[in-house]
Write a protein that binds this ligand. Structure first.
Ligand SMILES: [Fe+2]
Length: 205
């Protein structure tokens, strides 16, 4: 038996010009992210094409092809989603959050400074990503830690901030000083974008 399903291809989103004028994060770094992002788009399209028609294991056997492809698919799609958030919410002037997002931060972390400190500590401890996500089951924000693109997103939680801490995100601009990169990331966040997402998703305090 073979899988056969729809595998429409997707294309890379264009970068907004503001991303090339960030404070402390260079054009070269943004271009490095973008090359990886384009690679994840291509990989996602390729894997869905390969899954369409792959032989499924019969009876109780495990298909190693299916395992490899499905794990790779989560990695590729994670790379797409994480980078689309990253690109979209940079290009601002940092400062303090506003709107409903500010209310959530204040309620769940006590103050914007405490939220930032927790996100920074999470980013310092992670191998790949840190996210601020609204958890729909708990009804509150968490700063979650990610290692690779596909570890460890949490079910039924919506990311509102995605902090890339892979080496390509900071090494060209800050060498080993990841902490200064995270400060620069926070200073370039566009909180209006984050708050728009919170409103669009219908998150209520
Ligand atoms: Fe990246």
């Amino acid at each position: 038996m073979a899988l056969a399903y729809n595998h429409e291809e997707i294309t890379a989103r264009e970068l907004k010009p503001a991303l090339f004028e960030l404070d402390g994060i260079s054009r070269e770094t943004i271009e490095a992210h973008y090359r990886l992002y384009e690679g994840y788009i291509a990989k996602r399209n390729e894997i869905l094409g390969r899954l369409d028609g792959v032989d499924l294991a019969s009876a109780n056997q495990v298909s190693s092809d299916i395992r490899a492809l499905k794990v790779e698919l989560t990695f590729a799609i994670g790379g797409i989603k994480n980078h689309e958030i990253y690109f979209e919410h940079l290009g601002g002037n940092g400062g303090d959050p506003g709107g409903i997002f500010a209310d959530l931060v204040k309620r769940d972390f006590g103050a914007a400074a405490a939220w930032k400190a927790d996100l920074k500590a999470t980013g310092m401890a992670a191998r790949g990503w840190a996210w601020t996500a609204y958890d729909w089951d708990e009804g509150r924000l968490f700063n979650y830690l990610g290692d690779a693109q596909n570890t460890y997103p949490v079910w039924n939680a919506t990311p509102l901030v995605a902090l890339d801490v892979y080496e390509h995100a900071y090494f060209m601009d800050f060498a080993t000083d990841r902490g200064s990169y995270i400060d620069a990331f926070l200073n370039n966040l566009d909180f209006a974008v984050v708050d728009d997402w919170a409103q669009k998703y219908g998150i209520k305090k």
